[in-house]
Design a protein around this ligand. Structure first.
Ligand code: FE2
Length: 194
């Protein structure tokens, strides 16, 4: 009888991590060790950043399969898309300010080509422009996973309606509906209600 050899999962302990797994561990370490998140000036929290980066990472893996995209580029872009918020606790211009931070982190971790780093950094740089549709698959992927992940939390709609212009909320709704359709989910509820 043929015996298939399986490799055990490392559970992110010690060595043997792939480059994307090193990014997964690093972003968690940055969040957990942050002195800024959870401070009174911070607009975010450690819990939110842990949940949102992990949630977006899983959704990016799912949509990457649907869209025939590279899973590693998708998951790393998702993990790092809010890196500026993670480091500063601030949302103002976080997409554009986060792109160079992601490049530094990926260069530090190593194993990523310049072309891959530019692709990831571009997806992060443009991810706040939800109302714009491009031909860049990873840029669109990160915009989509960002809004769709948030839509699965209670009161995400309230947050958007209180903090964003109505035309922008309409664009978010359009994107969430598009992803729901792609995943064969019912169109409603666009935002989780309870
Ligand atoms: Fe986000």
């Amino acid at each position: 009888m043929n015996k298939i050899k399986f490799r055990d999962h490392h559970h992110y302990k010690d060595g043997g991590l792939l480059r994307s797994e090193k990014v997964e561990r690093k972003i968690i370490e940055i969040i957990l060790n942050s002195a800024t998140l959870d401070s009174s000036e911070s607009e975010s929290s450690k819990v939110w950043e842990l949940k949102h980066s992990s949630g977006c990472c899983q959704l990016a893996r799912i949509l990457a399969q649907k869209r025939n995209l590279n899973c590693e580029i998708a998951e790393v872009s998702a993990l790092l898309h809010d890196i500026y918020v993670v480091k500063s606790g601030k949302y103002q211009d976080h997409a554009k300010l986060g792109a160079p931070l992601s490049e530094d982190l990926l260069n530090h971790i190593g194993g990523f080509t310049l072309k891959e780093i530019k692709k990831i950094s571009k997806a992060i740089y443009y991810h706040s422009e939800k109302e714009i549709y491009t031909n860049e698959p990873y840029v669109e992927l990160i915009k989509d996973v960002d809004v769709f992940d948030c839509s699965l939390y209670i009161n995400a709609e309230g947050y958007y309606r209180l903090h964003k212009l109505e035309i922008i909320v309409d664009e978010y709704i359009k994107r969430i509906k598009k992803v729901r359709q792609e995943l064969n989910l019912p169109e409603e509820p666009v935002f989780r209600q309870r």
